[in-house]
Structure formats: structure tokens, C-alpha cells
Design a protein around this ligand. Sequence first.
Ligand SMILES: Nc1ncnc2c1ncn2[C@@H]1O[C@H](COP(=O)(O)OP(=O)(O)OP(=O)(O)O)[C@@H](O)[C@H]1O
Ligand SMILES: [Mg+2]
Length: 323
Amino acid sequence: MTEIITNDRRMREIIQLARTVAQSRATVLIQGESGTGKELMASLIHESSARAQKPFVAINCAAIPENLLESELFGYERGAFTGAVNSKAGKFEFANGGTILLDEISEMDLRLQAKLLRVIQEGEVDRLGGRKPVTVDVRILATTNRNLADCVREGTFREDLFYRLNVVNLTLPPLRERTGDVSLLANRLVRQFADKNGRSILGISPEALALLESHGWAGNVRELENVMERAALTTPQGGMVQAAELKIERQIRGLADETQRAATPDLSGWSPGRTLDQIEKNVILDALKYHQGNRTHTAKSLGISIRTLRNKLADYRRDGLEV
Ligand SMILES: Nc1ncnc2c1ncn2[C@@H]1O[C@H](COP(=O)(O)OP(=O)(O)OP(=O)(O)O)[C@@H](O)[C@H]1O
Ligand SMILES: [Mg+2]
């Protein structure tokens, strides 16, 4: 059962609204920075709905290459494309009667957006290569860490689809704006991680708590989870978590160091005979590895659009690379 830990007034209002709209079939758009709990909120909506016993199917639109995303979502018939030896149902069909979560919806390309709009309007999906549409009853939830209205203005997201998705909007506040939540979550998390690892920790010292509360938490609750997991492991048995143990500052600098190491010139810089394309390819692959395959984070860190990144990776795949 999903538990969203919070003491924050805004969060509590959002959870209340989520529980109320869960009863309906309304499409819900969940916005918020990375790590604010969007997927958690989606699970809560599904679990609080009359569809709770039916499937909850999540698909990450940023993690799957464009051409695959289409067949994953809508399915295909045998012979629809080279390699389609058997027919396969898409996620929409799997989710029938239940809920589908379209994670990181802003990364869906415009052509697929048009197809999705049709599913929402008609309540039926067309498998690739299929002759007749399949009727589905699926509740749609979508998340994004980009402002989707901005994407509409920039022309990368269809306005009509935006309105269809944004029937109910839940925008989760970043952790740094939730007074009280840092200390509540930090205490809960350190206890959970200590229990899980068979360690006994008394709590968090006032200095450590003050440090936690002044931190920016760009990675929100996910970042706090990481910090508290490490603290639960490094704090001496029977002791309190101390400020020095949190290594918040060092952690950030450590990351920067690693980024630099991953991109050292001998790996990706120029040397005689190397073309710009080759150098670029090395940089992109390094960054992708560093971000553990997460395309959104990789594209962001390189200052390019996710679409550009995808196109480049598709080129590399054509050259036989497995990316
Ligand atoms: N209020 C909360 N209480 C307990 N755990 C939380 C809370 N918010 C987030 N978490 C935990 O933090 C982590 C990140 O949450 P989640 O995956 O839902 O974030 P997200 O908004 O989907 O992030 P991203 O945009 O990066 O995908 C998860 O492990 C989740 O369980
Ligand atoms: Mg998520």
C-alpha cells in the first residue's frame, strides 16, 4: 500500500484531492520536479480507485526509444514490421479495466501524441498493422517534470492533448518548500534504513537536522533517501546521525568530480585522427553511462533536447552499437 509521508499543508491538500478524483475516471496530470513523488502519487490514485484490483501499468516515455514506444503502447499484429513474428498486445490492452501511467509524457513525440489523443477520444487502440481497433477501458495518469504548458508554447506538445490530460492537475511542491517535511522524512527514512540493515540509531542531532533543513534538495525526496541511507550505514551503532556524517556538501562536489573524470580528454577529447562526430559520440556515451541510461538526465546535462539525443543514439545503433 502506498504511503506518502508528509506534514505539509499543500501536500495534504493535494493528497486529499487525489483521493477524491481517484473515484472518477478523470485523467490526471501530475507535475513536479524530479524526485518529488509523482510516481508515488500515481500509485496512490490507482489504489484509491475502484480499479485498484485491476492492472496498473506504467510506461516511461523517456526511457524507451521512439519506434519501440509506439509498439509498446499500442501493440502490433504479426508481420506489422520486420521482426514482428507474433502479434503482441500493447500496454493499453494490458491495462484494460485498470490504469495506465504515462511517465515523463513530455518526451513523447508529436506523432505518437496524435495517436494517444485518438485513444483518449475514441476509447480504442489500433495495433500496428491491425485491421480493426480494439476497445479499451483505461484510466490515464501522466507525469512530467517539465512544465507541459511551456512545452505547448514551444510547439513540442499538442495543445489539444494537453487539455485532455490536464483535466485534473496535481503539481507537487519541491521538498525545499515543504516546511517540516525534511525533518519528518529524514527521521522516518533513517529509522527505516537502520531497521533494514539491522542497525540501531538513536536519531538525528540538532546540527545535522539544521544542515538537512538548509539544503537545496535539487533531487528532492529521492536525494534525501540516498543521504539518509548512507547516514544509516555510517553512523556508529547506538549513536545519533551527526552533521559531518551527512556529507551533503562533499557529496555534491564528489559528483562534479566524477562528471569531470568521466569526460577526461583521454576518453573523449580530441587526438590526431579523431573527428568531431567520434568525439561527440564518446561524450554522449560517457554521459549516458554516468546517468545510468537515463535519457532525460543525459540530454539535460549535455544541454541538448531528448529528441536530439534519441536521434544520435539511433544513428549509433544503426552502426551496430547497443545503446
Ligand atoms: N512523501 C513521500 N513519502 C515517502 N517516500 C517518498 C515521498 N516522496 C517521494 N518518496 C520516495 O522518493 C523516491 C522518488 O519518488 P518518485 O519516484 O515518486 O518521484 P518522481 O517525482 O516520479 O521522480 P522522477 O521525476 O525523477 O521520476 C521514491 O523512492 C519514493 O518512494
Ligand atoms: Mg518518476
